[in-house]
Ligand binder design. Structure first.
Ligand code: CIR
Length: 260
């Protein structure tokens, strides 16, 4: 079953973006705010071109990383989960996203990851009715357990995958739908992914793993010809989207929106 989306939530980058957290796993440098705004606006336009109704939130200067709205919540057809970042500078984002989530979900369908559980949405990858949850520096075993307790009530299943290479699960594996996955060479060996058609992305293009299927069209970050070719050869229509400014602080395509 392929996920189809009608809506997205995004948040404009704030000037404090330059202070966003970074592991420099994808490169060095400080984002240029004006250029980040342009890239973000183009990203939103692409979502709209693909038919999504986009709720665009204003930048929030209190939270440098708040444009990465994928992390403070996980949204599904049946429920929404407000996550719990272990990063002090990001944890408050959960309260800000909640107001918007409440516009689309009843309180009875909104759940919360609570201390000592931690989680960020970048670690959650949905494949049909199953969620793979990365255990990472941001998502711990207790967070994954609480998540499992929530989603199983709605008929979903979940399982955990270790994230050993960097920030989030979806930086190293992405589900393109139709049984196809882009993977790092480490994720290629992950036992729970063996049943999928895996396409290993070269180490110099790792950043492009985080491509994003929106209703059949795959958004691919600009500048990764080998990964682009893999995706085109699979027959997906593609849209190339510039995300360089976000890449400097470990941000990629999926993290800039919540899709449902
Ligand atoms: C952070 O370290 O939290 C941000 N600078 C980047 C978050 C990227 N989020 C994502 O991939 N889901």
């Amino acid at each position: 079953m392929t996920d189809m989306f009608t809506r997205a939530i995004t948040r404009k980058p704030c000037r404090a973006l330059v202070d966003g957290i970074t592991t420099s796993m994808f490169g060095e440098g400080t984002p240029d705010y004006e250029s980040a705004l342009k890239q973000h606006s183009n990203y939103v336009s692409v979502l709209k071109e693909l038919g999504l109704e986009v709720t665009e939130l204003d930048g929030d200067e209190r939270y440098p990383d708040s444009c990465f709205v994928e992390d403070p919540a996980v949204v599904t057809e049946k429920c929404a989960i407000i996550t719990n970042s272990p990063e002090i500078s990001r944890n408050g984002e959960r309260y800000e996203i909640l107001d918007t989530i409440r516009k689309f979900y009843d309180d009875s369908r909104i759940f919360y990851i609570e201390d000592p559980g931690t989680m960020e949405g970048g670690d959650v990858m949905k494949v049909g009715d199953h969620f793979f949850v990365g255990q990472s520096d941001r998502t711990n075993a207790e967070g994954a357990k609480q998540f499992n307790d929530i989603v199983t009530r709605f008929g979903y299943t979940s399982s955990t995958v270790p994230v050993t290479e960097g920030l989030h699960l979806k930086d190293f594996v992405i589900y393109l739908e139709n049984g196809n996955m882009l993977v790092s060479s480490v994720m290629d060996d992950e036992p729970s992914f063996q049943r999928y058609n895996r396409f290993v992305v070269d180490s110099d293009e790792l950043y492009a793993i985080n491509s994003m299927n929106i209703n059949g069209t795959v958004l691919v970050p600009e500048g990764y010809p080998k990964t682009l070719k893999i995706i085109e050869d699979l027959g997906y229509p593609v849209k190339i989207v510039g995300t360089d400014e976000f890449k400097k602080i470990d941000g990629s395509l999926t993290c800039l929106s919540l899709r449902f």
